[in-house]
Ligand binder design. Structure first.
Ligand SMILES: [Zn+2]
Ligand SMILES: [Zn+2]
Length: 662
């Protein structure tokens, strides 16, 4: 939704230049669709037609209510347009010429019309002075557009209209309501068919559906609240395994583990910069008054409070006017509060500030660096209720977080080690396709969008780029998309069915340690500020498990499976059950998650139930197995593996779990 809001506002020339090939194709297809609609309903009034994730839309105002029943007719007209292979011709015009066309109703139309192209008129007024104004023409259809497009309508190889929704012009409910017609487009038919097959498969693998079937998690909006997942025992088991993996991997890489509270005082987030910039994504503060407390009494003095806010803002390069506005915003919010002099605590939205205070808790010397602080920290973010989506968009998130404090000299090795850790995880989870998106700064944003340290930016970006190049990691660079505090890397992975997920973000931070006054004593006995690397390769439990459910379709590898083994007896003979229980006890003693099915009912039914529950390994035990001190092994989805000596079967299970193989 948020993406769409951004899409709906006019793209900057920079954003347009970065449009990918498929985005150009899809946006071009929006023109093709508009051409077709204009042929069918010449009085149609078009507004905006941007590419969106996985497709495109065009907003149209039309007396006829377009429904999926019209799609075939529109698509047939579209096919005529692509078959004609019209060139997309760019025509640069003056503002006066553009207005003239719009008044004649000639924009987003095939000919002059009685009514003006009213949305295009409005869009024209929004184009800043000095920015070139252009039309794009294919055949008789002329549209106001800055591009870019593909060369010809025939380049749109395959397309399909998918759905209609209603949307307000410019997403503002004060504006007229329009029909938003969605579609998607591809280079060719094969790609499009593969895409729709993948969507079908993704539906079957929906993490909400499989999560409910397997009893992994539940939502309880009435009592717990929306977006706050409850992890049931089976989901809890998966979390334990993921944390164990992280603990072992991080321990081997020299990390140390810490624990931090879930709340902190306002000062923490004013210093980190989350307040006021990130306030909308945080839960509102809790207020309390501790009269006996020294700190709380200091707050009674409004000047002191003003001073505090001012100090925290001085770390940033703000104009005096901006400072005044921000301070007014914060103090205004305080005044509205019931107790203007209350002490304010916030639920933590990020672990970083807490870790920074751990760095500051003891004097540090260069000998302590690199210091790698790790924690599976629980954060809370206020997502709009309409944005919540299963485990993918939640309000409480357990993050595989760590912060590495290091010197500039140590940076490359540390950053490289983080990347190696990613690759190690990818291998464990069988992720073959991934991409690191390296977001850098841009000179025009210095001191505005980015902390004003051009030399540090260049130095860190060069270091990151070198590491990425030297390690042969698959990455793309995106200029002018960095975070405020430093360059970042977003890690995208593709699930087994080829769907893309953003899993984790790495960030280099050379500004916040300074704001927190973090220093270490260097060899030359001077105080220096460390660099900080934020990294979370396994992302959050919520998103990562949501991803893994789709990736494995719930058929998890043995080490991760909520129910690793089920022991089934053929019949309920007492001696047989005794023998089976001995195996269960041995597995349990080795921390294997094992369940039993010792009833009198038929073995086929027992096996079927276990398969349905996605139990990884079934040990089937009949009189013959008992006599031979053996078990019959069956693996979910792979069928019968035959009889094996009991000791061998147990050893195999333990080895597979330990090695995290399948
Ligand atoms: Zn266009
Ligand atoms: Zn962080």
């Amino acid at each position: 939704m948020q993406d769409e809001l951004q899409e709906a506002s006019r793209k900057t020339p920079g954003q347009r230049a970065r449009m990918s090939e498929v985005e150009r194709l899809r946006h071009s297809c929006a023109h093709v669709m508009a051409t077709a609609i204009a042929r069918l309903w010449p009085d149609a009034q078009f507004a905006a037609g941007p590419p969106v994730e996985n497709g495109f839309y065009y907003d149209v105002d039309l007396a006829h209510r377009i429904s999926p029943a019209d799609f075939e007719k529109i698509e047939a007209e579209m096919r005529a347009v692509t078959k004609a292979n019209q060139p997309f011709e760019r025509i640069v015009v003056t503002r006066a010429e553009a207005l003239e066309y719009a008044r004649r109703g000639r924009l987003a139309a095939l000919s002059d019309r009685p009514a003006p192209s009213r949305f295009k008129l409005d869009i024209l007024e929004g184009i800043p002075d000095g920015e070139p104004i252009s039309f794009f023409r294919n055949g008789e259809f002329i549209d106001l557009c800055a591009g870019p497009h593909v060369m010809r309508t025939g380049n749109v190889g395959a397309f399909k209209l998918t759905h209609v929704a209603s949307a307000y012009y410019k997403n503002d409910e004060k504006n007229p309501q329009l029909q938003r017609i969605y579609g998607t487009a591809f280079k060719n038919k094969t790609e499009m068919e593969a895409w729709f097959t993948m969507l079908e498969e993704a539906k079957k693998r929906d993490h909400r559906k499989i999560g409910a079937e397997m009893g992994l998690f539940a939502f309880d909006p009435d009592y717990t609240g929306p977006g706050l997942p409850l992890w049931l025992p089976k989901g809890g088991a998966m979390i334990e395994e993921l944390e164990k993996l992280a603990r072992e991997t991080e321990f081997a890489a020299g990390y140390v583990r810490v624990r931090t509270p879930h709340i902190a005082r306002e000062k923490m987030y004013l210093t980190s910069g989350h307040l006021p910039y990130y306030a909308e994504s945080m839960f509102p503060p809790m207020e309390l008054i501790e009269h006996e407390d020294q700190g709380a009494r200091a707050l009674h003095d409004p000047d002191d409070k003003f001073d505090r806010v001012l100090k925290s803002l001085q770390y940033e390069q703000h104009s005096p006017k901006e400072v005044e506005e921000l301070v007014g915003k914060i103090l205004g919010a305080s005044a509205e509060a019931k107790h203007a002099d209350a002490d304010r605590y916030y639920l933590k939205a990020m672990n970083c500030p807490h870790h920074h205070r751990i760095f500051a808790a003891e004097p540090r010397s260069y000998r302590d660096l690199p210091l790698r602080l790790a924690e599976h920290g629980c954060c809370y973010r206020y997502e709009q209720s309409g944005e919540l989506f299963g485990l993918m968009r939640v309000r409480s998130l357990n993050m595989n977080d760590a912060h590495i404090y290091c010197t500039t000299e140590q940076f490359a090795a540390e950053f490289n080690a983080v990347n190696e850790m990613y690759l190690k995880y990818f291998k464990i989870f069988g992720l073959e396709k991934y991409q690191m998106r390296f977001s850098t700064s841009a000179p025009e944003g210095m001191g505005k969008k980015y902390v004003d340290e051009p030399a540090l930016w260049k130095q860190t970006e060069d270091m990151v780029r070198d590491v990425l190049k030297n390690s042969g990691i698959n990455f793309v660079e995106a200029a002018n998309e960095a975070a405020f505090y430093g360059p970042k890397i977003d890690v995208q992975v593709w699930s087994a069915i080829g769907r893309e997920f953003s899993i984790a973000t790495n960030q280099v931070d050379f500004a916040v340690p300074k704001r927190f006054g973090l220093v270490y004593r260097d060899r030359d006995n001077t105080e220096k500020t460390p660099l900080c690397i934020h990294r979370a390769p396994l992302g959050t439990h919520e998103r990562f498990i949501g991803f893994l459910i789709e990736h494995y379709a719930g058929n998890f590898p043995l080490w991760l499976a909520p129910e690793q083994v089920r022991v089934l007896t053929i019949g309920d003979d007492a001696a047989l059950v005794d023998y089976a229980r001995g195996i269960v006890n041995e597995l349990r003693a080795n921390m294997v998650r094992v369940e039993t099915d010792f009833g009198a009912d038929k073995i086929n039914g027992k096996v079927q139930r276990a398969e349905q529950s996605r139990v990884h390994t079934m040990l089937v035990i009949g009189p013959r197995d008992m006599a031979a001190n053996a078990v019959s092994v069956r693996v979910h989805g792979k069928g019968n593996q035959g009889a094996r000596p009991r000791t061998q079967a147990v050893a195999d299970i333990l080895a597979a779990i330990k090695g995290r193989t399948n």
